[in-house]
Design a protein around this ligand. Structure first.
Ligand code: ZN
Length: 392
């Protein structure tokens, strides 16, 4: 999830908004001003509901930010780098690099978010109820009571025991401590997250059939959980499979390379016949490597143009391919490969090409001892980005 707008730094953490959040904020504001507030605090002018609804929606976003800042600040205290927080349609996401050093660390990082929501829920809700009981400003009381309730819902929802929800991470910390096996714990909580997501999708569709759009929203959140839990599982397996390895262990050494100045047709004729690799480093006319061309790139050129365009015209130039050293840790290499569109890395010692690493080389390292289902293998995704996600 990308930031569309940067809000600046809060407590030293970069905070951004994704445009999808604006739609949700507007819908929330309209719902509050048009229905929830008038029914709980009748008798005001419509502009008063408009102002109160907008302020309440903004306060709700601030509450989500407080929840995420909790994660970010505690993660920093645990020595982890925090890349930033993004607020988007399904809540907030704190991008924490790497993993908690210990089960106790994970417990603190994950537990603080729901705790913040719980405290806000009790505090704001209590204040709203107190104001209501005293008969002071029923509109403010109704807004506060709504904020209190939504924060309590947020706390409870995030405590559901499936990754990537906070509850899933808390369960992960407990299982990790109990069995001493981090990967096994990840497998369990990602599966739980997937089942939880699937349940929400099913319940959401039934709800949609009988009660309208609220159900559809639940299904969307459930779908997101299913996808995110799968991605986490895959990343954990990959990370486990790469532990202790270096770039040299992953690479295909001395790969077949071809001249970049050949036409696409000549390249296909001379180099791409079965069995062939999915990508070739290409040579520059002046010597040395000038980039990487994939068979897919070559074949994407329409047949009529294949005799005119050169391989290097369609290839990834060297500037867009990560170059790694043979001794570089494999986990770092995988993270780089995930960030670059070419999805391949060249292993070089100064100017000398030693090998190429493809997504397939990484996929084959997925912790195979865990009865890995080959259908689930895929290229490395955001390896170092472990998001803490809080769907609302
Ligand atoms: Zn959280």
């Amino acid at each position: 999830m990308r930031d569309s707008v940067q809000l600046g730094r809060v407590a030293g953490v970069r905070v951004g908004l994704n445009w999808s959040l604006l739609i949700v904020a507007v819908l929330l504001g309209i719902g509050l001003a048009g229905s929830s507030l008038p029914s709980n605090a009748p008798g005001y002018d419509s502009w008063a509901y408009g102002v109160a609804g907008s302020l309440t929606a903004i306060a709700f976003l601030a509450a989500i930010l407080a929840h995420e800042l909790g994660h970010a600040v505690v993660a920093r205290r645990q020595g982890l780098a925090v890349d930033g927080i993004t607020l988007w349609a399904l809540g907030g996401m704190t991008r924490i690099e790497g993993e908690a050093p210990s089960p106790a660390g994970e417990l603190r990082i994950s537990g603080i978010g729901p705790l913040v929501s719980l405290v806000l829920g009790l505090g704001l809700g209590g204040l709203g109820l107190a104001l209501g009981a005293l008969g002071w400003s029923p509109l403010v009381a109704a807004g506060l009571a709504w904020l209190g309730a939504i924060n309590l819902i947020l706390a409870v929802f995030n405590l559901l025991p499936g990754a990537p929800l906070d509850g899933g991470r808390l369960l992960h910390a407990a299982l990790w401590k109990h069995h001493g096996d981090r990967l096994r714990a990840t497998e369990t909580v990602s599966r739980a997250g997937w089942i939880l997501g699937l349940t929400m999708v099913a319940v959401g569709f039934v709800g949609f059939a009988f009660a309208g759009f609220g159900g559809l929203w639940l299904a969307v959140v459930g779908w997101f959980l299913m996808t995110a839990s799968r991605a986490e599982q895959s990343q954990a397996r990959l990370r486990h499979g790469l532990e202790g390895l270096r770039a040299a262990d992953l690479m295909t050494p001395d790969p077949v390379r071809g001249p970049g100045w050949l036409t696409v047709q000549s390249f296909l004729d001379d180099y791409v016949f079965a069995p062939h690799p999915a990508a070739f480093p290409i040579d520059a006319w002046s010597g040395g490597v000038s980039g990487v061309v994939t068979v897919k790139q070559l074949k994407s050129v329409p047949p009529a143009l294949r005799g005119v365009r050169r391989a290097l015209d369609v290839a990834w130039p060297l500037a867009r391919v990560p170059i790694v050293r043979p001794e570089q840790p494999a986990i770092e290499v995988a993270a780089l490969m995930a960030q670059w569109p070419s999805r391949r890395a060249l292993v070089m010692d100064d100017d000398r090409l030693l090998g190429i690493i493809s997504p397939a080389d990484l996929a084959s390292r997925h912790a195979a001892d865990l009865h890995d289902d080959p259908r689930r293998r895929g290229p490395a995704t955001d390896l170092v980005r472990r998001g803490s996600q809080n769907p609302t």
